[in-house]
Design a protein around this ligand. Structure first.
Ligand code: MUC
Ligand code: MG
Length: 367
């Protein structure tokens, strides 16, 4: 089997509720749908979210790197040769989500060609994943209402609160209001998207002590290495790397240099192949790991569920799988459902995302 043709289709779907966080804001899903066509008739697909504030990619740069660099190298290759593809992709630096999607689309083809679900090929650990919901910047009472509504409507009991604001009291108050309002049985963890300094993060941890927060993700820029190491040493909860660990190599450097002691895996940036490398580091070294969200559509969320549910260590914790609920629409033909706080792995061969072609025709922006 050979790769015959590659499409990078830009599309735009508005958000009904914008997500605001320390490094940026998302009001529209201006993503790219990747389609890898083979001479055997199989088509692998994946969604690509441009996150300029995290990886430097834009919708236009993603289309350009795929059409200009990756597609010419991929055409003619056997999609089963994932490791050869990885080596080819690594010759170009950065462009993380474009690379992640290529790997996911290849796995999709392999699943279809072998008549298997990718979930079973990856490990097939559990049939579903528990969902964690991400709360953006809002007034504390609004956050509490949102968390309660997601608890009642979807059975979600794990929340990631976006923090990283100044003055610190804004986020400290939000933590207290959520814990008091939601009670002890709800899990709460924080993500500052590099909004603070290490010393500010130490101050926040001191002033939220006793609230039972489980993790603090990306409190400050990991390049502030000494401060960050001090924070990791002082903190009683794991300090999780997200944007500081966009590749397995970055994850090993940050873990070994003491910049973090927990990892967030995002299939949008490390696909399935490199996500397994990151997961191997986490389990090998004995650090906590959870599935993060790249502010994904339903197509991207399916990839996260497939990977997260396929492995034991990523199934232990809730994965961030609910951002698509803020979108006005989606490209998926069979909408994802969250019931009793969980999303099930889709049935069928491949990754399992089926596209509604009418919707794609409506939302695509390439004329
Ligand atoms: C997150 O976990 O940080 C916001 C920026 C990004 O790269 O991902 C999102 C969510
Ligand atoms: Mg994060």
């Amino acid at each position: 089997m050979k790769i015959e043709r590659i499409e990078a289709i830009p599309y735009e779907i508005p958000y009904v509720r914008a997500l605001k966080f320390a490094s940026g804001e998302v009001t529209t899903a201006d993503h790219v749908l990747l389609r890898i066509h083979t001479d055997a008739g199989f088509v692998g697909q994946a969604d690509i979210p441009p996150r300029p504030y995290t990886y430097g990619e834009t919708q236009a740069s993603i289309v350009a790197v795929i059409e200009g660099i990756f597609a010419p190298a991929l055409i003619g290759m056997d999609p089963f040769r994932r490791q050869a593809v990885q080596q080819m992709l690594r010759r170009t630096v950065h462009n993380n989500t474009a690379k992640g999607a290529i790997d996911i689309a290849l796995w999709d083809i392999i699943g279809q060609a072998t008549g298997s679900s990718v979930w079973s090929l990856l490990g097939g650990f559990a049939p579903s994943m528990r969902v964690s919901h991400m709360l953006g910047f809002k007034e504390p009472e609004v956050l509490l209402d949102e968390a309660r509504r997601f608890g009642e409507d979807y059975g979600i009991t794990t929340f990631k609160l976006k923090v990283g604001r100044r003055p610190l009291a804004l986020d400290i108050e939000a933590c207290h209001v959520l814990r008091e309002g939601l009670g002890e049985n709800v899990e709460i963890y924080l993500d500052a998207n590099r909004g603070w300094t290490a010393n500010e993060a130490i101050e926040v941890l001191r002033r939220t002590e006793g609230l039972g927060l489980s993790f603090l993700e990306e409190p400050c820029d990991a390049k502030e290495a000494m401060g960050r190491r001090r924070l990791v040493q002082m903190s009683t909860i794991p300090i999780v790397g997200d944007e500081s660990v966009p590749t397995a190599g970055d994850a090993s450097r940050e873990l070994l240099s003491g910049g973090c002691n927990g990892l967030c895996i995002k299939t949008a940036r490390t696909g399935f192949t490199e996500s397994q490398e990151v997961l191997g580091l986490a389990t090998g070294l004995g650090v906590d790991v959870y599935m993060g969200n790249q502010i994904d559509t339903q197509i991207g969320t399916i990839a996260t569920v497939v990977f997260g549910a396929a492995h034991e260590a990523t199934s232990r914790r809730a994965g961030e799988l609910s951002n698509f609920l803020d979108m006005a629409d989606d490209l998926l033909a069979d909408p994802l459902v969250i019931t009793e706080g969980r999303i099930h792995v889709p049935e069928g061969h491949g990754v399992g995302a089926r596209i509604d072609e009418d919707k794609l025709a409506f939302y695509r922006v390439d004329g």
